[in-house]
Ligand binder design. Structure first.
Ligand SMILES: [Zn+2]
Length: 348
C-alpha cells in the first residue's frame, strides 16, 4: 500500500482526534499509560508513519515531516494534561481518606538549652584563653599517682584523708579524681616550659549533700610555668580574670593557706560583689568571698613531672565553677543545678 501525503493527512487528523478524545476520558493511571503506549509508544501508528517517510514522494517530505511533528506535539500535550489530572485526582482521593483533625494541637519541638554551669565555664575558659592559656583535658577516673603522689601527697600524707574520695573496686590505685590538678601533672609531663594551661571538669569528694555541697563539683585550674614566675604574676592574672568576669575592678586579698602541691599557698578572697564588702547573706556577712585556692607550684611537683625546678617556677590556682555559677546567677542552693528540673534550668 502506497503512502501519500493526502492519505496521511486524513489518517493523522483522525489519529489526533481519537487520541485527544481518549486521553481526555482516561480516569486512572493505568488507562493513561495504556494510551501512551497506544499513541506514542514504539509500535504506535504515528511512529510507524514516521518510519515509512521514505515512501513519501520527495517533494512532499518537508510538509509530511512538519505535520507529523505537529500531531505528535498535540498528542504529547493531551497525554501530559491527562496524566496531571489523574495524579492530582488520586492525590486528592488519598488525602480524603486520611483522617486529619486540624483542631488538634501540633507537636511542639522544644529546643535544647545550655546549662548555666556550662555557660559560665565557657565564659571563664574564653577569658583565660584571651590571656594565652591553652585548654588541656584528662580522665575523671584517675590513678592515685596522678591524683596524689605526683602532687606531693605521698601515701602516709594526711591530705589524702582530707580529700576522701571514691575508690573503685580495682583497689586503692584507681579512684575518681578529687581535683583537676591531676590533669596538670599529665600536661606537665608532656609540655616543655614555658606554658600556660587551664583544665576543668568534674571532680569528686566524699561529702554529704546539702545546699552548698554535693559529692561532686566542677573545678577549673590555671597553671603558668616559666622562668622567674613569682606571686606577682599570679596576682595579676587572677585580678585580670576577676575584673573580666565580674565586669568591674574588685578588691582582693590573699590569706595564707596550705596545699601539698604549692608553696607558699594562699586563698584568694574577693570583696563581695553583692554588698561591696559591707556584708550580706551571700558572703556570710564577712564582706569577702573565697574564690581561689592558689600558690607557687612546689619544686617537688615540678621535679616529679620532669621540669627543672632550679630553672623554672610557676603558679597554680583552682576555682569552683559551681561556686562562680551560683555567684553569677545568685543561686542559693547547689542542688538546683543538678536535679534536672527544667523550670530551674530554663531561667538562664
Ligand atoms: Zn556580701
Amino acid at each position: 500500500m502506497s503512502v501519500t501525503l493526502k492519505s496521511s493527512k486524513e489518517d493523522l487528523a483522525k489519529l489526533q482526534e481519537d487520541a485527544v478524545k481518549e486521553f481526555a476520558s482516561a480516569n486512572d493511571a493505568k488507562s493513561v499509560n495504556d494510551l501512551r503506549v497506544k499513541y506514542l509508544g514504539d509500535k504506535s501508528v504515528i511512529v510507524n508513519m514516521r518510519r515509512n517517510m521514505k515512501e513519501i514522494p520527495n517533494e512532499d517530505k518537508p510538509e509530511f515531516g512538519k505535520l507529523i511533528n505537529e500531531v505528535l506535539a498535540v498528542i504529547n500535550d493531551a497525554h501530559q494534561k491527562s496524566q496531571n489530572e489523574v495524579e492530582s485526582r488520586e492525590l486528592a482521593f488519598k488525602l480524603s481518606k486520611e483522617k486529619i483533625d486540624p483542631s488538634l494541637p501540633g507537636i511542639e519541638h522544644e529546643l535544647g538549652h545550655i546549662h548555666p554551669l556550662t555557660q559560665v565555664t565557657n565564659e571563664i575558659v574564653s577569658i583565660f584563653e584571651r590571656m594565652g592559656f591553652a585548654l588541656v583535658d584528662g580522665p575523671e577516673i584517675e590513678s592515685s599517682y596522678y591524683n596524689f603522689t605526683a602532687l606531693n601527697t605521698p601515701e602516709d600524707h594526711p591530705a589524702r584523708d582530707e580529700q576522701d574520695t571514691f575508690y573503685t573496686k580495682l583497689g586503692d590505685d584507681v579512684l575518681l579524681r578529687s581535683h583537676t590538678s591531676s590533669m596538670q601533672i599529665r600536661a606537665m609531663e608532656k609540655l616543655k616550659p614555658p606554658f600556660r594551661i587551664i583544665g576543668h571538669g568534674r571532680v569528686y569528694r566524699n561529702e554529704e549533700v546539702n545546699a552548698r555541697k554535693m559529692p561532686f563539683f566542677h573545678q577549673l585550674e590555671v597553671m603558668m610555668i616559666d622562668e622567674n614566675i613569682n606571686f606577682g604574676h599570679m596576682k595579676w592574672v587572677l585580678q585580670e580574670f576577676l575584673t573580666a568576669f565580674f565586669g568591674k575592678n574588685i578588691k582582693t586579698r590573699f590569706r595564707p593557706d596550705f596545699f601539698p602541691f604549692t608553696e607558699p599557698s594562699a586563698e584568694l578572697d574577693a570583696e563581695c560583689v553583692f554588698c561591696s564588702g559591707k556584708g550580706c547573706g551571700t558572703c556570710g556577712h564577712r564582706g569577702w568571698l573565697e574564690l581561689f585556692g592558689c600558690g607557687m607550684v612546689d619544686p617537688n611537683v615540678l621535679e616529679m613531672a620532669g621540669i627543672d625546678s632550679t630553672r623554672y617556677s610557676g603558679f597554680a590556682a583552682g576555682m569552683g565553677l559551681d561556686r562562680f555559677t551560683m555567684l553569677k546567677y545568685k543561686i542559693n542552693d547547689i542542688r538546683y543545678m543538678f536535679n534536672g528540673d527544667r523550670r530551674f534550668i530554663e531561667q538562664f
